[in-house]
Design a protein. Structure first.
Length: 368
């Protein structure tokens, strides 16, 4: 077996034993890939590319005929089972030979309707199986990245930054938010990205006061805030960066707010180290912004983990008790948003090291 996958599965089996579970039904696409190497993607919440059944002595990848060859090629350490009547109907036949009595099911990926169907299928088959909703059995493992995962993230980030530099060098006043987003995404594809990590955000002027603005037909004017939040996914791993700038010469208000946001980002990054909570790191940036008179203009959390998914454990926010560990990758993205004027957000990805944090980004800032 692949040594990396073997270590991941062994850790999961230890977690199963500690919770008194015989097996785990893995439904989340990122967890599926993390444990098996199978890259099949779910097109929507109600459509699945398959599921893993991980037990103490069994590894099963159940999928349909669309993914059979891919599954056999990518997950050779799993017994690939192709279902023809859907996973729910064939689940009893899959787990009965395993002697499963307590089956964990990833609750974040299952609907109430699907849960009810599983219970009904097991009962109809005459199986006495307790279905136990569980969350974050695999996610804590994914939070701490291996050197290979850190390098994969670094590579995705370098592609994203190169594309950004290429496109922003060509921007002119009058281009629309949508045109800029399309140009960035097209260049990312040409540069070899698997996909964007998330829908690209391009927000100009007052629209940049919306943290998750959707690019529209508004033309960009010279001198106003232009916020771009983008990332590419490469070999499964996500990059995530935000830069805010202007086309032309920034005015004094932009300069002042930009410097506050950049200082908050630098201070928070300096506070990152193993053993510190996400809440404490968030507070460093939030307090600095508040002390400069913008305390009510920063509403979202400071950052989040990234990896196979764009949002992972840990979180950096006022609500986060997550303890940072060496190898975790998090974003640091403070922002100030002023209705009617615009917003400034600056985002880097950093990896927690033995004694601090390493910034993975190389893009320069307007003002330090």
């Amino acid at each position: 077996m692949n040594p990396t996958l073997q270590r991941r599965i062994e850790r999961l089996r230890e977690s199963l034993a500690s919770r008194g579970l015989d097996a785990l039904l893995v439904l989340t696409a990122e967890n599926r890939r993390y444990l098996s190497g199978f890259t099949g993607e779910d097109n929507s919440f109600d459509e699945s590319a398959g599921a893993l059944i991980v037990g103490a002595h069994h590894l099963i990848l159940a999928t349909d005929s669309r993914f059979q060859l891919q599954a056999c090629r990518e997950a050779p350490d799993f017994d690939v089972v192709v279902y023809t009547r859907g996973l729910t109907r064939e689940l009893p036949a899959l787990i009965e030979p395993l002697g499963t009595r307590r089956l964990g099911v990833e609750s974040r990926r299952i609907s109430l309707a699907w849960h009810a169907e599983i219970l009904e299928a097991l009962a109809s088959a005459g199986l006495s199986v307790e279905v136990v909703p569980v969350k974050e059995m695999v996610e804590p493992q994914r939070a701490v990245k291996s050197p290979e995962e850190i390098e994969a993230t670094r590579t995705a980030l370098s592609v994203a930054e190169a594309v950004f530099t290429e496109i922003t060098a060509k921007l002119q006043p009058g281009m629309t938010e949508k045109q800029i987003a399309q140009a960035l995404e097209g260049a990312a594809r040409q540069a070899g990205a698997d996909a964007m990590s998330f829908p690209t955000i391009v927000a100009a002027g007052p629209n940049s006061a919306l943290p998750h603005a959707i690019p529209g037909d508004r033309p960009v004017a010279a001198g106003e805030p232009l916020l771009i939040d983008w990332g590419v996914r490469l070999n499964g791993y996500c990059s995530d960066t935000t830069r805010t700038f202007v086309l032309g010469t920034p005015d004094e208000k932009f300069r002042r707010i930009y410097k506050v946001v950049r200082q908050a980002q630098q201070m928070a990054t300096a506070a990152i180290r193993p053993g510190v909570t996400g809440r404490k790191v968030d507070a460093v940036a939030r307090n600095h912004i508040a002390q400069n008179g913008f305390g009510d203009k920063f509403g979202h959390g400071l950052g989040h983990g990234t990896g196979l998914a764009i949002h992972e454990t840990p979180r950096l926010s006022p609500l986060s008790d997550a303890v940072l560990e060496k190898g975790m990758i998090v974003t640091v993205e403070p922002g100030i948003y002023i209705e009617g004027w615009g917003g400034i957000r600056l985002e880097n990805q950093v990896v927690v090291t033995d004694s601090g944090a390493e910034v993975l980004n190389s893009l320069p800032f307007l003002f330090e």
